[in-house]
Structures are given as C-alpha cells and as structure tokens.
Design a protein around this ligand. Structure first.
Ligand code: 13P
Ligand code: SF4
Length: 309
C-alpha cells in the first residue's frame, strides 16, 4: 500500500482511540512532523509539564523522551502515561546518577540542588527545586541565598544561568550531545553570512561561545512565541531541527534556517506514529515510578511549577 494511505489509516485509528479512551497526545517540539500533527498539544518541557499537570484525560501518550514521561507520571500517578518507545532516553539526563549526586552533595555544608528537568526521577528526588530552560535563571535567582547551589546536569545551561543571574553555581559536567557538539560558534557565523537579515535564536544547552553570537537565548517554547510576535521575517534556529516544523506551520510568511541541519536528537526521533498507535491500542509502555520516589520527586517539580510556571 502507498505510504501516504498507510499513514492516513494509522492517523484515523489514533484519532478514534484518543476519543474512545479519553487519551491526550503530548509532543515535544523536537518530534517528527507527523507526530506533531497528531498531537493535541506541542510544546517545550515546561509547557508539557504544565499540560500534564492539568489534563483531565485518563491516558497520556507522551511523545518525547523518558524523563518527560516520568515527570508526567510523577504529576499524575492515577493516570496511565505511555511512552511509545521506552528506549527514547536522554544522554544528558544519564550523565548524572543519584549515587554520584549524593557524594557531591556531601562535599558542601548546605547543598541546595537545582535539577534541570532533564534528569531521572531518582535525581529529582534528591533535589530542592527543578528548572527548565524557560525558567532556569529565575529559579536560580529565587534561591540565591539558600545555600551552596549545585546545578545538574547541564554545564552549558549552568554556565549561562550563572552569567545571567550573577549567582555562583557548582555546575555538573553534563551536556546535550545535539546542542553541544553540533551547534558550534563557526556554524552560527556561517549561517549569519548566508542569511545576514536573519535573527539568531539559540537554546541555552549550546556552548557559551555559541550563545554569545545569538540575538536571543530561549527555550523552544519561548522561540515559538517570540517568532510569532516578531516583525522580523527570517530566523536562524540554533536548536534541534524538529522545531522548524512547528515554526513553519505557525508562521507561513516567515523563513527559518537551521543553524546546522545535523542538530538532530536521535532519541526524540525514535517515536513514530506506528508506535503511538501500538501503545494506544494495547496500553503498553506504561511509565511509572515507585510511590516512595514519586513522593520525593514531586516536591521539586511542584516547587518549580508553583513559583515559575
Ligand atoms: P526545552 O523543551 O525546555 O526547550 O528543552 C529542550 C530539550 O532539550 C528537551 O530535551
Ligand atoms: Fe536530551 Fe539533548 Fe535530546 Fe534534549 S535534545 S532529549 S537534552 S539529548
């Protein structure tokens, strides 16, 4: 059968099952175009956490990576959170484990851990407050006086937040391979030469040398809102390329150029519509957390949502 016809049938089945089972499909901005198109909501990590916290649906199909589905499950223990591919992880989240974090905390008199939402539930359970790329500067400023601040796991976001907030941080040495290894300063310089009228928007998971060359530094959700309001017609986008689908769809009169087309997150791309249909049909790939860990991990997430949502 023609691929287009197969896709149409899968999409129709997904739509039918969503209604029948009272399910919602949430998708991160880095998801494949066809996933974004079947989703009920597409957003950044913060928007998705808020949506997961407030949904009335009984099933959440989370099209993103494992820590995002975990966060949704922590906020909704009574709901089924399904991750279409359980191998969709985040290498940056895996760069900090709970035992090493506890050892590191023990080096400080009054450790206060800020964990980027890109962490496992176990790491969140050892944290004081969470943050996302959309609120990290404000989160850190809000706890500046509370002790020795440990920022995990992203060294680039930590470096940016430290410079922007003026608050001294003890920064973990993790990074996002997609942003750190591909969106390099020379890539931005080249894109600027090719598109001199374009505004440069970059994600704070990029190296500081890259950030210095940008017009704006933003989470993916902030980029989407910024572009809509901007009078500019051209944009160089320094983040995972999946976001270009949403940007083009929402702003057909504007031009978008990826800073580099190789800035792709292979884990985000593991989610396919076939897998979405499969988990929705069979209610498999449930992401759940032990109640003991959930009780501890919900605290820093709620603290972030209460203060900086
Ligand atoms: P935001 O969704 O906060 O922009 O973060 C990007 C990211 O890398 C998620 O994995
Ligand atoms: Fe993790 Fe980077 Fe992929 Fe985001 S883009 S999920 S931080 S590896």
């Amino acid at each position: 059968m023609h691929r287009y016809k197969i896709m149409r049938e899968i999409i129709e089945k997904i739509e039918y099952l969503k209604k029948k089972k009272n399910a919602i499909v949430l998708a991160h901005t880095y998801q494949l175009p066809e996933i974004q198109d079947i989703a009920d909501f597409v957003g950044d990590s913060l928007d998705l956490s808020k949506k997961a916290a407030n949904t009335e649906s009984s099933i959440i199909v989370f099209c993103g990576v494992h820590f995002m589905a975990e966060t949704a499950s922590i906020l909704n223990p009574q709901k089924k959170v399904l991750l279409p591919d359980l191998n969709a992880g985040c290498p940056m989240a895996d760069m900090v484990n709970v035992d090493d974090l506890i050892k590191f905390k023990n080096k400080f008199k009054n450790p206060v851990v800020v964990s980027y939402v890109n962490t496992t539930a176990l790491v969140k359970a050892e944290s004081y407050i969470c943050c996302t790329s959309a609120n990290a500067v404000n989160v850190v400023k809000s706890i500046a006086q509370e002790g020795d601040i440990i920022f995990v796991p992203d060294r680039n976001l930590g470096d940016y937040v430290q410079k922007k907030s003026g608050v001294e941080l003890n920064i973990w040495n993790g990074f996002c391979p997609t942003h750190n290894n591909f969106i390099l300063p020379e890539v931005i310089l080249k894109a600027k030469t090719e598109h001199p009228a374009a505004k440069v928007l970059v994600h704070p998971e990029c190296r500081y040398k890259t950030i210095e060359l940008a017009d704006e530094v933003m989470s993916t959700g902030m980029m989407c809102r910024y572009v809509k309001k901007s009078d500019n017609k051209e944009f160089i986008i320094g983040t995972e390329t999946g976001i270009l689908h949403k940007l083009k769809k929402d702003n057909p009169d504007k031009q978008f150029y990826p800073a580099i087309k190789e800035s792709v997150c292979p884990n985000m791309k593991k989610i396919t519509i076939e897998k979405v249909l499969d988990v929705l049909t069979n209610e498999t790939n449930v992401v759940s957390i032990s109640e003991e860990i959930r009780q501890k991990a919900i605290f820093p997430i709620k603290k972030m949502l209460d203060v900086w949502s």
